[in-house]
Design a binder for this molecule. Sequence first.
Ligand code: CDV
Length: 304
Amino acid sequence: MIGGAQLGAIQKHDSRESVVARMLALLEQAKDRGCELVVFPELALTTFFPRWYMEDQAEVDVWFEQEMPNAATQPLFDFARTHRIAISFGYAERTPEGRYFNTSILTDRTGTIVGKYRKVHLPGHAEFDPERDFQHLEKRYFEPGDLGFPTWENEGAVMGMCICNDRRWPETYRVMGLQGVELVTLGYNTPSVNAQNRGEGEAHRLFHSQLVMQAGAYQNATWVVGVAKAGVEDGFPLMGGSVIIDPNGFVVAQADTQGDELISHRCDMDLCTFGKTTIFDFKRHRRIEHYGIITRQTGAERPA
Ligand code: CDV
């Protein structure tokens, strides 16, 4: 059984300890349902701070973790070990060298960290943008991840992670698909309205979110567990819609609130085999001689 533990809003003044208490309450439910892995959202421990423009690095540093586990998060790892539940969650990472990443970790069922991922596709901008209804300053506070899209053999499945905006890029899933991924975990903080287009509201945003995750799951014959931080944070709404998607691209579990909510599904990894050995048998069908442009070029270039 796999769980997706959606978190409701986290306000600026909420402490790490209060958020961890909410995560533990969800883990308690997950234990009762027999979950072996529980996935939490991107930047799970704090409010989505990149919406705030800050110039003082000391003010920024408050949102970052310098160690994982640390005193505030240790209870999550203890719970994992005691109850044999692997966990994955996102947080803002400051390395000993003073580098800043939007990171997520994956543990095994002893609560030992077996994988780390650093967000590759950082959306938004680096300077204050008065044209937007609200800011999205990930490019200011983080550097792009430097670990690629690794996968890990964990608890009998090949697992990989990505974070929020990464889910919109087919390359994300394909790089993991080429490592035989069977379960992709991802957390997100997606504003309910587009900061650059007020006409693009929640229904539209949910549609795109599911569209890309369902496509990624189907095209790589993998489970996808996409988990939201939802609700209104200090006046700014984030959409919910956490989902578990099967390797055929079907949604098999979905959150229906904007608050703390556990979704779960018995995910059979053998369901990945059919797609991986037939229509998406990469070795037989991929034509890499035609794909070079994908890694040679970033932007679109029209023919001369
Ligand atoms: N946290 C994110 O990466 N959010 C983006 C928003 C800005 C579009 C997302 O892709 O959901």
